[in-house]
Design a protein around this ligand. Structure first.
Ligand code: UD1
Length: 353
């Protein structure tokens, strides 16, 4: 009997991570995919399945938005039912969202082994919801698939040494799989200038509060080129709530699909972002990355001089614009080699069969 895996996805970055792993799993295991529905707009969810060549999930719980407790609790109930119904040999979760936590916790309580892709990452900032989610998920996981050596060390520092595999980052495989379709021509409808910075911002610490959001808008306004920002619904909701307008030199775009986003970043003079995923994707498409955070889980990119942390400091961002070189492809590949999806599947089979 092939191994039976129940996979939990729900938020935009999880669709991206799951795509290459599901493909690699197909030959070796049976997979039942549950979408919690944490992200539900076409631009945040459905569009990604088509672009990434994914099957539609087998079950959609339709949980939607809510407070952390309300959202996670609804997921727990739905996922427990699904796990009882399907009876998988293991449950596969990705990353650090509320869907990750709910999947890991529901499975652990049913004594189903948990496999965590992107295990061991730490920002060491417990006020981030993601930090709580990833620490909890790691501590109930049986197979911990780490993207970097730093992640392996982080787990060891917390006493987690069994079932830990260094497999690389599955987002690398996702990017490589779609690169031929990444093309500036996709963006014609937006009428972008020939030279611009790309941007995204959605972290609660940056966008929820009026004061921090104003700082960020000031930073965008001070950039020497127009800033084309793909606006996350959380950020737009905060702009509306606080009665703020985008600076004149900012081009506010709707949430973009995967291919449009990669195209936007690749054709830009640099990316300004607080997203962990885009921090890597930017380097993978050859664009330098200015990180709108004070810390990062992807410390290797900063240590190698490929990305710079500026928080919400306009001065630091302007200095980075002047000094940060285009990423060296060899240096990027040294940190993010391809092949993680297959390595994940090999590790899962080695550990669980
Ligand atoms: C979530 C993850 C975050 C990840 C991000 C990627 C958690 C705690 N956070 O943050 O780690 O980096 O996804 O995008 O799990 N909304 C819509 N349409 C949607 C989805 C959301 O309008 O399809 C709006 C709603 O107002 C919602 C808000 O965005 O309340 C926030 O969504 P939520 O899923 O709670 O968190 P994200 O900020 O998306």
């Amino acid at each position: 009997m092939p191994l039976s895996i129940l996979t939990v996805v729900g938020a935009r970055p999880q669709f991206i991570k799951a795509a290459p792993v599901s493909r690699a799993l197909a030959a070796k295991a049976t997979e039942f995919v549950v979408n919690t529905g944490q992200h539900y707009d076409d631009a945040m969810a459905t569009r990604f399945f088509a672009e990434l060549g994914m099957e539609t999930p087998d079950l959609d719980l339709g949980v939607g938005s809510g407070s952390h407790a309300a959202q996670t609790a609804a997921m727990l109930i739905g996922l427990e039912d699904a796990m009882n119904e399907v009876g998988p040999d293991a449950v596969l979760v990705y990353g650090d969202t509320n869907s990750t936590l709910a999947g890991a916790l529901a499975a652990a309580k049913l004594n189903i082994p948990v496999i965590h892709v992107e295990a061991g990452l730490r920002s060491f900032r417990r006020t981030m919801p993601e930090e709580v989610n990833r620490v909890m998920a790691d501590h109930v996981s049986e197979v911990l698939l780490c993207p970097t050596a730093t992640a392996v060390d982080n787990l060891a520092a917390e006493g987690i040494r069994n079932g830990v595999f260094l497999v690389g980052d599955v987002m690398v495989d996702a990017v490589h799989n779609v690169l031929p379709s990444v093309d500036a021509g996709r963006l014609e409808r937006f009428g972008l200038p020939s030279r611009y910075f790309a941007a995204t911002a959605h972290r609660p610490v940056n966008v929820d509060d009026a004061g921090t959001l104003r700082e960020l808008l000031g930073l965008f306004a001070a950039m020497p080129l127009p800033v084309a920002i793909a606006v996350h619904p959380r950020t737009q909701a905060a702009m509306d709530r606080h009665g703020l307008d985008w600076p004149e030199t900012t081009i506010a775009l709707p949430p973009l699909g995967y291919l449009d986003m990669l195209s936007l970043v690749r054709s830009s003079q640099g990316l300004l972002t607080d997203s962990g995923g885009l921090q890597k994707e930017s380097l993978l498409v050859g664009t330098r990355c200015i990180v709108l955070r004070d810390e990062t889980e992807w410390v290797e990119t900063v240590d190698a001089g490929l990305a710079t942390l500026v928080g919400r400091s306009t001065d630091k961002a302007l200095a980075a614009v002047d000094s940060l070189p285009a990423p060296d492809p060899g240096a990027v590949e040294a940190i993010f080699p391809p092949g993680a999806a297959v390595a994940c599947v090999d590790a899962i089979l080695e550990h669980l069969t």
